[in-house]
Structures are given as C-alpha cells and as structure tokens.
Ligand binder design. Structure first.
Ligand SMILES: Cc1cc2nc3c(=O)[nH]c(=O)nc-3n(C[C@H](O)[C@H](O)[C@H](O)COP(=O)(O)OP(=O)(O)OC[C@H]3O[C@@H](n4cnc5c(N)ncnc54)[C@H](O)[C@@H]3O)c2cc1C
Length: 389
C-alpha cells in the first residue's frame, strides 16, 4: 500500500491527525496495534483546553462534546481547611470543558469510515524503516500476514511505549526525565461529583483530586507509594481516604458507589528531542509525558497535532518544507511550558517523601501568595486553560 502519511497509533493524537489531514485532502492511513474496544476501554484524561475543543469543532465532530461536555469556569486548590478558587473564566475570559478522552476517541473513531479515514486495528509488530530518506515505510503483521505501507512521512502517534521514538538514532536524541516517587490511584464511579469544579487537595496524608466526567460519573484520585498494589485498595478504603484528604465540606457532598474502574498510574515528566527526524514526526505521548496534575497530556497531544497537520498540509499543498523543518522547535516550545506547569503544580500539591519542614513551608507560602495575588492566580489560570498555539 502507498500513502502520503502513515500514522502509527489510533489514540487521540493519531485519530485527530488523520482527520485533520483527510479534511485537507492529504492521503493517510492509521495503523493501531489494539482493537477498537481496547482503545476505548482505557480511562485517561478528561479536561479539555480550548485548543482541543477547537480542533474537534474545526472537524465538525464536536456535536456530542457541545451537548454533553461540562463547561468549567474555575477550579480549586485545597490546603487543609483552606480552599483557594481559581476563577479561570474571569481571569482569562476562557473556560475548559470536561469530556472524557474515551469520548473524544469514540467520536473520532466513529467518524472515520464516513470521512474516508482508513484505520487498521490489530496490527502486530509495527516497525518503521528508512526515516532518514524521502521514502520511509512501515511494516506490520495483520492476521498473520506481513504488510507494508510506503509513505512520504511517518507520524509517530504511538504513545510512550510505541516503536516510533525508538527509531530515532541515539546520536541525535536528547531525553529529559523526572520519575516521581508516587503514583495516582484513580477510581471511576457512576456517582454525582462532590463539587461542580475540580478540587486539587494537598493534605498531610497526601494528595487527592476530585474530578468528574459528567453530572453522574465521577473520577477521583489519591497519590500512593509506587509499592502499593491495587488489590489492597477496596472501594471503601479509597472512599474513606478521599473523604479525609478532600476535607469535611467535600466529604459531606461525596456520594460513594462501586468502582467501574480503578488503577494506579505512575507519574513521570519526560521530553524527547527532537520531535522530528528526517521523515518521522512524533506527536503526543510518543515524545513527552507530563504528570496528570493540571490535565495537560491529552491537550499537548492536540497542540502537537495542530502543528503537525499544518506542517504536513503545507508540504503537500504548497511544496513548502519550512513548516516541516520548524515542527520540532515549534511543538517543543509549547511542550516545555506545559511540562513546567505540570511539574510546578505537582510539586505544590504533593507531599514528597524526602520533603522536610522547609519544603512544606515553601508550599504554604506559595499557596498564601496564590490566595492573595491576582497576578499569581492569573498565571495559573492562563496555563490551566492552555497557552496559545
Ligand atoms: C493511566 C493514565 C491516566 C491519565 N490521566 C490523564 C489525565 O487525567 N489528564 C490528562 O491530561 N492526561 C492524562 N493522561 C495522559 C493522556 O491520556 C495522554 O497524554 C494521551 O492519551 C496522549 O494521547 P496519544 O494519542 O499521544 O497517546 P495514546 O493515548 O497512548 O495513544 C497511542 C496509541 O498508539 C497505540 N500503539 C502503541 N504501540 C503501538 C504499536 N507498536 N503499533 C501500533 N500502535 C501502537 C496505542 O495502542 C494507542 O492507541 C493519562 C495517561 C494515563 C496512562
């Protein structure tokens, strides 16, 4: 098979890129290792910046998002008894939208056949070749038969563990990484949220986050040491811990219910440079990971795709190579700012095992400053709604 862009991975980055390229008349194919059900079963992000909402609107695939998404005008930082509200809408004139990553993926997946976007699921042993030439290709196995797709470009949208990033030679690569000494234990339950806006809590027993996917579905998190096993956390134990860490007001409004999903996700900050090498462009988690504090992962994937779609479209429509040449620098400039915000918020809202009284005093001073300064709240708010692309 021949195409202009072979896209590896049918997560949000790959599907968004595929749809954007198709809409511009650029030929592409998406190759995914898993089945559609498996992809839709991964419970992940849920807070969308304007860039992500805008991309769905540009594709005309935002009908359900507009109908079912919850527009959020602010969020809260809790520190013991104190609740600091960041009035995002008043400070920035913008909002975020709560709409699950699985819903975005479903909307993109469902629209693919009608838009003529081929998505090959169940592709095994995907590998990329000749990325330093103008004729790269992808090989994979489908139902036991070897396959090959020749392309002009390959877009690596295959997440943190995919093969694309590994195809870039170590001699040109730079990696930056911070692994955190805890993970987030998440519980998803069909119960109404305890608050209409997110609450990030820094409690002496640890971090907690109250968030939601809809008026009837809640997503809560607590941080736990990486040695913890999910089997040791009954639903009751999680609800009890949440009630303590989120504080009495949130606890009084918290509805408990059986988990429909629970898991522990390790936290990591990671950036790979460059995001393009030869004919291979990396987008989303394939190139970078942020800790989920601040909800930047999915939104960064969306901004990468925005830049990548622009670069690829200019290449094929205008024979313009400049945007391709500039893709990595442009994407990385925004990536690093989101990494900074996610890292700062993680440091502010978690009790690190090695922290002593000084580090805690710094957290309190920082939260005091945020509570009393409109400038500090503005800085948080503009990062939260997403920096311009
Ligand atoms: C447990 C968890 C919780 C998260 N929570 C949040 C959150 O609350 N807020 C937030 O903003 N972000 C969160 N994130 C991050 C966010 O979900 C990601 O940033 C987002 O999924 C990135 O999209 P992506 O398309 O780049 O990568 P992915 O969603 O990882 O998609 C990559 C795709 O590539 C496919 N693939 C992988 N290997 C291959 C291969 N060899 N061949 C073919 N296909 C392959 C995968 O199956 C997958 O479908 C979370 C992530 C995890 C893991």
């Amino acid at each position: 098979m021949k195409t202009q862009v072979a896209i590896i991975g049918a997560g949000p980055a790959g599907l968004l890129l595929g749809h954007l390229l198709k809409a511009e008349g650029v030929d592409c194919v998406v190759i995914e290792r898993q089945t559609p059900d498996y992809v839709l079963g991964r419970i992940r992000a849920g807070v969308l910046e304007q860039i992500t909402v805008d991309l769905m609107a540009r594709l005309g695939l935002d009908e359900r998002l507009r109908a079912e998404g919850l527009v959020e005008e602010g969020f809260n930082l809790a520190d013991g008894e104190r609740l600091i509200r960041i009035d995002v809408a008043n400070l920035t004139g913008q909002t975020v939208v709560v709409y699950g990553q699985t819903e975005i993926t479903k909307d993109l997946m469902d629209a693919a056949p009608a838009r003529g976007l081929p998505v090959i699921y169940g592709a095994e042993d995907v590998a990329v070749f000749d990325i330093e030439t103008d004729a790269p290709y992808v090989t994979y196995t489908l139902d036991g038969a070897p396959q090959r797709i020749d392309a002009r470009f390959i877009a690596g949208c295959d997440g943190f563990h995919g093969p694309s990033r590994k195809a870039i030679p170590a001699s040109v690569a730079r990696e930056y990484e911070r692994v955190y000494p805890f993970g987030w234990l998440g519980i998803l339950a069909d119960v109404p949220p305890c608050n209409h806006e997110l609450i990030y809590a820094n409690h002496q027993r640890g971090f907690a986050l109250a968030s939601m996917r809809s008026h009837t579905r809640s997503r809560y998190y607590i941080d736990v040491p990486l040695t913890e096993k999910i089997e040791d956390w009954s639903d009751d134990r999680i609800w009890d811990e949440l009630a303590i860490r989120l504080g009495p007001d949130a606890a009084a409004n918290m509805t408990r219910g059986p988990s429909i999903e629970k898991s522990i996700a390790p936290l990591r900050s990671y950036v790979f440079e460059p995001m393009r090498h030869g004919s291979l462009l990396l987008c989303g988690d394939a190139a970078h990971i942020v800790p989920p504090t601040g909800a930047k992962g999915l939104n960064l994937a969306a901004s990468d795709v925005h830049y990548a779609a622009h670069a690829l479209t200019h290449y094929f429509k205008r024979a313009d190579n400049d945007a391709i040449a500039g893709y990595s620098a442009k994407a990385l400039a925004r990536v690093w700012k989101s990494e900074r915000f996610s890292w700062t918020l993680t440091k502010l809202m978690h009790r690190f095992p090695d922290d002593g009284p000084f580090e805690r005093a710094m957290q309190v001073a920082e939260l005091d400053y945020i509570a009393s300064s409109t400038a500090a709240q503005m800085s948080i708010a503009e990062n939260y709604v997403g920096l311009p692309v």
